[in-house]
Design a protein around this ligand. Structure first.
Ligand code: ADP
Length: 483
């Protein structure tokens, strides 16, 4: 404990530079509300430089023509370096984001490492196909890298989101300009250092720290970016798509908000379901796009379930994120902190009852108590809009016929959970729910090999697994006359 937090610079062509404007912005520790360090504030001109570097690196072939196995080795070395420095990076992430060290160390870091390992193994397994066509022809496909990729990531899993984006993009031979969230730029910069140490050629990865409407928008609008991958709010996702369509029609993939149903049937293992509901909403302070924020509980067990949930929620250790015993840390920023509390007020106004929490947990730092709202209906604002905080909305149900309709009655479709011992019911639900991920008798499980992404306004495109390779490659069909 007690790492040195360095000021952040922009990474272009494997060199660390200030922004052209010379401006910097403060990076805050949300647990103390104090300045942690500052970072170069990149804007349009810095994005220009970064895209140029990425374009040169792409066209030079230094990366895309390197043997795929060697690219894989570099990614594997990056995984090993992350492993070597995991304690330091976990602490850096916790200081910057406010999430508990037990999670950064045991969730974010292992998953980020696993992501680089997984794509290091896939790098030399990306290939085309031969297709039986009519006539005297040989027809085959080539799977080529998409080109220069812009990646815009959020603040809730800063390192992990960088890994999800960079792993497949680098494995396929793309070159990248990464724009971390302004609240949490530090772990991505550290990752950049490690990727250079692992052997990434100059220009393959460029990182421009800065704000969304300036640096982020410049990347989404850039005429020489071939593809943009975005994770963040649905509102900004729509803007990114618009910017892409109004400029060079770059390819777009979006991983956006959610309002997941987590459904508890009376025939479930109730204690396991209580733990699943807790994990579903309080993991990462509820700053999770797939959080189980709409908790549908069957009426016959509703009171018993909520009473158990309340007891356990009140026992969660909220506080200093650096303390290994802490289970819930600080929200990322004052803005989020206020927004979450205002949603609780809105819920109360519309008739929901706060059975626990609903207030700040400490005088200093952006801590909010684990909060359970009872008596919520699907029409209330708190059930329709993404709160992105430790606030679960409990809804009671009796009519199982109507349940799937209610579960799907949302603009989002990122994930869903169901708790029941009836396997037929569970699989029927998995088929009928409009969501990119379904958890049966578990919640918030992830693996680098399993695809993740949304239905409806939760976005499109699948990250992780082999599916992510589709985001970063394009298919070319080649015809050869055999005459
Ligand atoms: P949140 O509202 O949860 O902070 P955002 O969607 O605003 O989530 O942020 C996710 C990422 O999108 C961040 O890196 C942010 O800087 C970036 N971003 C925000 N606004 C824009 C924009 N207008 N254009 C491009 N990127 C943006």
């Amino acid at each position: 404990m007690g790492i040195q937090v360095k000021p952040g610079k922009i990474l272009i062509n494997n060199e660390w530079t200030e922004s052209l404007s010379g401006k910097r912005f403060d990076v805050i520790n949300p647990a103390t509300e104090e300045k942690l360090t500052d970072c170069a504030e990149g804007d349009k001109k810095d994005i220009e430089r970064a895209v140029l570097a990425a374009r040169r690196a792409f066209e030079s072939g230094a990366w895309k023509k390197m043997s795929a196995r060697e690219r894989g080795r570099i990614l594997n070395r990056a995984a090993q370096l992350l492993e070597k420095h995991r304690h330091e990076i976990a602490e850096l992430e916790t200081l910057n984001n406010g999430k508990p060290i037990s999670e950064t160390l045991h969730v974010d870091l292992p998953l980020a490492i696993e992501t680089f390992e997984y794509y290091s193994g896939l790098a030399d397994k990306i290939h085309g196909e031969t297709i039986p066509v009519n006539g005297p022809f040989l027809n085959y496909t080539l799977r080529e890298p998409a080109g220069v990729v812009g990646q815009i990531i959020p603040w809730n899993f800063p390192l992990l989101m960088a890994a999800w984006k960079l792993g497949p993009a680098l494995a396929t031979g793309c070159t990248v300009v990464l724009k971390p969230a302004e609240q949490t730029p530090l772990s991505a910069l550290r990752l950049g250092e490690l990727l250079i140490e692992a052997g990434l050629p100059a220009g393959v990865l460029n990182i421009v720290t800065g704000f969304g409407p300036t640096a982020g928008a410049a990347l989404a609008q850039h005429m020489d970016v071939d593809k943009v991958a975005f994770t963040g709010s649905t509102g900004v996702g729509k803007m990114v798509m618009k910017m892409a369509s109004e400029t060079n029609l770059k390819r777009v993939s979006l991983e956006l908000g959610g309002k997941a149903p987590n459904i508890i049937f009376a025939d479930s293992d109730l204690d396991a379901a209580v733990n699943g509901a807790l994990r579903g909403i309080f993991f990462n302070q509820g700053e999770v796009c797939c959080a189980g924020s709409r908790l549908f509980v069957e009426k016959s067990v509703h009171d018993e379930f909520l009473s158990k949930l309340k007891t356990k929620a009140e026992k969660l250790v909220v506080g200093n994120p650096l303390d290994p015993k802490t289970q819930m840390g600080a929200q990322v920023s004052e803005e989020q902190f206020k927004k979450i509390l205002s949603y609780v007020e809105q819920g109360k106004k519309e008739g929901a009852k706060v059975i626990t929490g609903g207030t700040p947990a400490q005088n200093k730092g952006y801590f909010i108590k684990p909060t359970v709202l009872e008596g919520v209906t699907n029409q209330m604002t708190v059930a329709r809009e993404e709160i992105f905080g430790p606030v679960v909305c409990a809804l009671s149900f009796t009519n199982t016929e109507d349940l799937i309709h209610q579960a799907n009655d949302t603009i989002y479709g990122l994930s869903a959970g169901i708790w029941t011992r009836d396997i037929g019911k569970a699989h029927r639900f998995a088929k009928e729910v409009k969501a990119g991920t379904v958890w049966i008798n578990c919640y918030n499980q992830f693996d680098a090999a399993s695809p993740f992404g949304g239905f409806k306004q939760s976005g499109f495109g699948r990250e992780l697994g082999e599916h992510a390779l589709e985001l970063y490659t394009q298919v070319k069909s080649v015809w050869v006359s055999l005459d």
